[in-house]
Design a binder for this molecule. Structure first.
Ligand code: PMT
Length: 224
């Protein structure tokens, strides 16, 4: 059903993995499938929001009623998101963005040669941190934190570093949570220090829980 707080709001969601090319046929990537981000985009659209989904490569169908921007690398995703920084009321970063990319892109396929090959990597821009730096009053920024230990602690640090309003921490070492599966188990860490430990649920249900918190954050502010 339409959500009175989210209806007409401009929501941007990132989803999936990025690919960082080494040469024309090879890339570095990770295990994200986009399921979590697509669930968020579908749920936001169902609630009446105007939704843009910026998605890395994957097999999921474009959700109905959602503008999907397909990207490949972290730098492509960064450009697509930052171009909409002034447009969006809400940004939710569910994508697993590569922190590093190969320092050099080899224009021809790398040939087999020596026994050892050393790869040099350089840092990618941080999409949410850049949104956080230019956040305007009323904008709501939500991040995810994919962790393998000390979930809430690392999540809180990311929330502060990126100037977020809410962060969703998931333990990606659990077989029924995190990457690729249809379920997730999350700890929500709020800016005011509140922490909610949510039970195991479907990614659709977690998307609804996150959007309930987003609606509460938007509702506290004066509508434009
Ligand atoms: O796609 P699925 O298969 O459904 O898997 C879901 C998921 C495990 C990918 C998802 O639930 C999740 O945890 N997404 C965030 C993964 C991640 O890369 O987390 P991080 O802790 O490295 O990054 C923290 C936050 O900063 C994230 O919101 C991320 O989108 C954002 N970020 C990270 C790096 C970067 N260069 N720019 C960013 O905006």
């Amino acid at each position: 059903a339409v959500d009175p707080t989210l209806a007409g709001r401009r929501v941007l969601v990132t989803a999936g993995a990025t690919r960082e090319a080494l040469d024309p046929v090879r890339f570095l990537s990770n295990r994200s499938t986009g399921k979590m981000g697509y669930a968020l985009a579908r749920e936001a659209a169902r609630r009446g929001a105007q939704v843009v989904l910026v998605a890395g490569p994957g097999n999921l169908p474009d959700p109905e009623g959602v503008e999907v921007v397909h990207v490949e690398s972290a730098r492509d995703m960064h450009a697509a998101v930052l171009a909409r920084a002034g447009w969006l009321d809400v940004a939710i970063g569910a994508a697993a963005v590569a922190d590093y990319r190969p320092a050099v892109f080899q224009p021809h396929k790398i040939k087999k040669g020596e026994d050892r090959l050393v790869l040099e990597l350089v840092r990618n821009p941080d999409i949410l941190a850049d949104l956080g730096r230019q956040k305007r009053p009323g904008q709501v920024l939500v991040g995810f934190a994919a962790e393998t230990a000390d979930l809430a602690e690392y999540a809180r640090r990311k929330l502060e570093e990126k100037n977020l309003d809410l962060i969703v921490a998931n333990d990606v070492t659990q077989p029924d949570a995190g990457f690729a599966v249809d379920t997730n188990r999350a700890v929500l860490v709020h800016r005011d220090g509140r922490q909610e430990d949510l039970p195991l649920m479907s990614k659709d249900a977690l998307a609804a829980a996150i959007l309930d918190r987003v609606a509460a954050l938007l509702g506290r502010r004066d509508p434009e």
